[in-house]
Design a protein around this ligand. Structure first.
Ligand SMILES: C[S@@+](CC[C@H](N)C(=O)[O-])C[C@H]1O[C@@H](n2cnc3c(N)ncnc32)[C@H](O)[C@@H]1O
Length: 281
């Protein structure tokens, strides 16, 4: 994992950070503020300069794996939720908070699919980081084992148990307050409301108090689905959309628009830590 650590160091050198412990992993906004909350209609809240030319996952997801991805989508569209794996640009955006984190970190990737994001994570791992990769679909898990976790950057982590593949639904992960970062590729807008609620409960439970959740959704997808769906489907889309809008309003501190993805996507960054309680005198 040596070359990857170097990549992460280079990335950090170009980016401003507050020194204080409390804000150690929070990026500076353009005005020097430590992020801010955003809503769907807010302009992009910047993470600051984008300095790192990241290796593109587009180059590394083989045509064969793209076809397998498509096949899985056709057989179970609501679980897979996308026609194609994420682009390198989107994978890079989702990994950005972890990339900027200086200390050893525990990371959970959820919904790894054919490993578009996993490969980026591999390129960022340092010796003391821990990575759990959660994927519900055994056929995707086979691809991950064979084509991704066999790469040199995962070799030592796999041997020592710091990199683990968890073939199970994220809702069943046992860890409490364990992870510094959760990076999710779950197709939340394809799920029923109850499943989305369960998934968010797991995210909250698994994240450390100051941990960061990154996930993506396709630009305008919710609005388009609301407009064109009918009957039960419309009801489902509306309820999920309302739920997500509330989580975004309450917990999102930054958002990045990624145009170099098909379809273009928002990478969203959320924190669930409770508000500071001021003790009056
Ligand atoms: C849209 S694909 C994302 C794949 C990959 N991360 C990417 O960005 O290209 C969603 C993935 O989430 C997986 N998935 C769906 N529900 C899940 C759950 N409850 N727990 C874990 N993985 C799940 C699917 O099998 C699929 O691989």
């Amino acid at each position: 994992m040596r070359s990857v650590a170097q990549g992460r160091d280079r990335a950090f050198s170009a980016i401003e950070w507050r020194e204080s412990e409390a804000h150690a992993r929070m990026p500076l906004g353009e005005d020097g503020s430590i992020g801010s909350r955003g809503t769907d209609s807010d302009p992009l809240v910047s993470f600051g300069p984008w300095r790192i030319p990241c290796r593109s996952a587009d180059d590394t997801v083989s045509l064969q794996n793209r076809l397998r991805f498509l096949k899985e989508y056709v057989s179970d569209p609501s679980t897979v939720g996308a026609l194609a794996p994420s682009s390198g640009a989107l994978a890079s955006a989702l990994c950005e908070p972890f990339r900027r984190f200086q200390k050893p970190a525990r990371v959970l990737e959820v919904g790894a699919g054919t490993g578009a994001v996993t490969r980026h994570l591999g390129a960022l791992l340092r010796e003391k980081d821990e990575l759990d990769i959660c994927e519900i679909q055994p056929r995707f898990a086979d691809i991950l084992r064979r084509d991704v976790l066999s790469l040199p950057e995962f070799a030592e982590g796999g041997r020592s148990g710091r990199v683990r593949l968890l073939v199970q639904p994220v809702q069943e992960i046992a860890h409490e307050n364990h992870y510094d970062f959760i990076i999710s590729g779950l197709p939340l807008t394809s799920f029923d409301l109850q499943l989305v609620e369960e998934v968010f409960d797991s995210f909250r439970r698994c994240l450390k108090r100051t941990g960061v959740l990154s996930y993506f959704e396709y630009v305008a997808m919710r609005r388009t689905s609301r407009t064109f769906s009918v009957g039960q489907s419309r009801k489902r889309v509306r309820s999920v959309s309302r739920y997500l809008t509330a989580r975004i309003r309450d917990h999102q501190f930054a958002r990045r628009t990624v145009l170099r993805n098909f379809p273009p996507a928002y990478a969203r960054y959320l924190k669930f830590e409770s508000e500071e309680v001021s003790v009056g005198g």
